[in-house]
Design a protein around this ligand. Structure first.
Ligand code: RET
Length: 242
């Protein structure tokens, strides 16, 4: 019964070829995501009040990703061709993962602000809207359902909308006006992740080679899920006056 909990590790998994560095990265990052989830969940014991919620959400992000990485690794390794060094790109799994984890990360911005002051729900809905436009645009372009360049541009518009909200919009104003210094600093680092860390994805999008594309997306996920969560952890477990 208990063993069934681990069913997400596919029993008929394809083995890893030692030359398949992309498959190896899927596996290693899956493990790192599991470790990060356990850590974030357990550390909620040290966090106070509303900050516990932020830390739980950080753990959910890495947990959902770990599960997807298991399937993505399987799909890649199962189709890996040692001659060409390429497997098939798990585009659908990738985007389902993003569709769940990116909104959760946008909720983090909202939760951090809500932990220190009263905030309008408009911040939340604008961040969600930007996320949906960014990911739907990317999916339609990347899966070949629509024009590559046109839908990339639509996806970029969604991302710029998010950046505007957190750098110049209501979210940034609320933070500047009400957040204690420690929270402002962490908010600033999260903003850098959403601009510089996220910039890796639209670069990966244009890689012609499936191995390069997946390796770039995988490395980006380490920064944007685990490091992002670690920053949430550092604010959530710090002492606050608010
Ligand atoms: C945990 C996963 C994360 C944080 C994924 C983030 C994904 C992006 C920032 C994707 C961005 C894209 C654009 C800005 C333009 C269209 C192509 C995308 C979807 C790769």
């Amino acid at each position: 019964m208990l063993l069934n909990l681990f069913n997400f590790l596919p029993a008929d998994s394809a083995m890893l070829n030692p030359t398949d560095y992309v498959g190896i990265s899927f596996f290693a990052i899956m493990m790192a995501m599991i470790a990060a989830s356990v850590f974030f969940f357990l550390e909620t014991q040290r966090a106070e009040g509303k900050w516990k919620t932020s830390l739980i959400v950080a753990g959910l992000v890495t947990m959902v990703a770990a599960w997807h990485y298991s399937y993505m690794r399987d799909m890649w390794a199962g189709s890996y061709d040692a001659e060409t060094g390429v497997g098939s790109s798990p585009v659908v799994f990738r985007y389902i993962d993003w569709l769940i984890t990116v909104p959760l990360q946008m909720i983090e911005f909202y939760l951090i602000l809500a932990a220190i002051t009263k905030v309008s729900s408009g911040i939340f809905w604008r961040l969600m809207l930007g996320t949906l436009v960014m990911l739907l645009g990317g999916y339609i372009g990347e899966s070949g359902l629509g024009n590559n360049t046109v839908f990339f541009a639509i996806g970029m518009a969604g991302w710029l909308f998010i950046l505007y909200e957190i750098f110049a919009g209501e979210a940034s104003k609320v933070c500047a006006a009400s957040a204690p210094a420690g929270v402002q600093k962490a908010y600033g680092v999260l903003r850098i992740i959403v601009s510089l860390g996220w910039a890796i994805y639209p670069i990966g999008y244009w890689m012609q080679d499936a191995a390069q594309l997946n390796l770039i997306y995988n490395i980006a996920d380490v920064v944007n899920k685990i490091a992002f969560g670690a920053i949430i952890w550092s604010i959530a477990t710090a002492k606050h006056d608010a």
